[in-house]
Design a protein around this ligand. Structure first.
Ligand code: GDP
Length: 140
């Protein structure tokens, strides 16, 4: 087992419904610790850069519009095997495919408005954390 950090976003569909506290409770109930957190309004440039890997996908422009449509909460989560642990807590991208009790099964509206983002590998976790946080903002 390894102590890891992962990057999380509580997306605009969730901030719009005022359920960030519910989602944080699900994160903390899983054993993960929120070691940095801030509420921001992502710029179009940030959203395009953050999701650049999806630039060729048909849903890219919709995704950028969604992610800039309202506030988000960006977070750093810490815990044992945090990257995979958080992916498990989030559930599948499409809430219809997500396991019972996962954040996306409980809260997501559809495959795009799916309430949360979590890094998918250690390299992306490092780069995504750096994208939004400086070292002194993270208090483990
Ligand atoms: P994730 O790692 O589970 O978030 O999934 P991906 O990296 O594949 O996709 C990034 C985000 O793009 C997802 O969380 C969704 O918000 C959105 N997305 C993924 N697939 C689709 C799709 O087929 N249609 C739409 N509209 N959005 C999608």
């Amino acid at each position: 087992m390894a102590l890891e950090r992962t990057f999380s976003i509580i997306k605009p569909d969730a901030t719009a419904r005022n359920i960030t506290g519910h989602i944080n409770a699900m994160i903390e109930d899983s054993g993960l610790c929120i070691v940095a957190q801030k509420r921001i309004h992502m710029s179009e440039e940030q959203a395009r850069g953050f999701y650049a890997v999806h630039a060729d996908r048909p849903f890219y422009n919709d995704l950028v519009a969604f992610m800039t449509s309202g506030p988000v909460v960006v977070q750093v989560l810490e815990g044992e095997n945090a990257i995979m642990a958080y992916r498990t807590v989030m559930g599948a991208t499409d809430p219809e495919q997500a396991d019972a009790g996962t954040i996306r099964k409980v809260h997501a509206e559809n495959i795009e408005r799916n309430s949360v983002h979590g890094s998918d590998a250690s390299e992306t976790a490092v780069s995504e954390i750096k994208f939004f946080f400086s070292d002194d903002e993270i208090v483990g």
